[in-house]
Design a protein around this ligand. Structure first.
Ligand code: 5GP
Length: 114
């Protein structure tokens, strides 16, 4: 069954897409935690980082390069931002389609709640 993110990528569900290429798609998070909150997602359905293989090396690298471009596009590159990938139960991953959160647009709090 297709994930919500696959449906957004394919245009079957609405999504505010800010970047798309042959390997990744990025769209605004529906429940933003900061002025900029964008999800960068492989076009291929990969459930978690644990499922990445050597075949996905270009895709994984492209996620970072897309983040760099989008941060520039959003005007937050110079001040900085945070990239987060949640993995599995302890990582509190909700959507089992690999995605990287790009958050910024204001000074962010500490990285972890202790
Ligand atoms: P996770 O906890 O899996 O790392 O994050 C999932 C993220 O996906 C959450 O920040 C949540 O707000 C976002 N999200 C969940 N459903 C949708 C949706 O239908 N559209 C968009 N754009 N974001 C979603």
């Amino acid at each position: 069954m297709a994930t919500i993110f696959s449906k957004i990528i394919r245009g079957e569900l609405p999504g505010d897409i800010v970047y798309q290429d042959d390997l990744v798609t990025a769209f605004r998070d529906i429940n933003p935690g900061a002025p900029t909150h964008i999800l960068i997602v492989p076009n291929k359905e990969i459930p978690t980082v644990n499922d990445l293989t050597n075949e996905d090396e270009r895709t994984a690298g492209r996620m970072l390069l897309a983040a760099q471009k989008i941060a520039e596009q959003e005007g937050i590159a110079a001040d900085g931002y945070r990239l987060i990938i949640n993995v599995g139960k302890h990582g509190r991953q909700e959507i089992y389609h690999v995605h990287m959160h790009l958050v910024g647009g204001r000074p962010l709090g500490p990285m972890l709640c202790r």
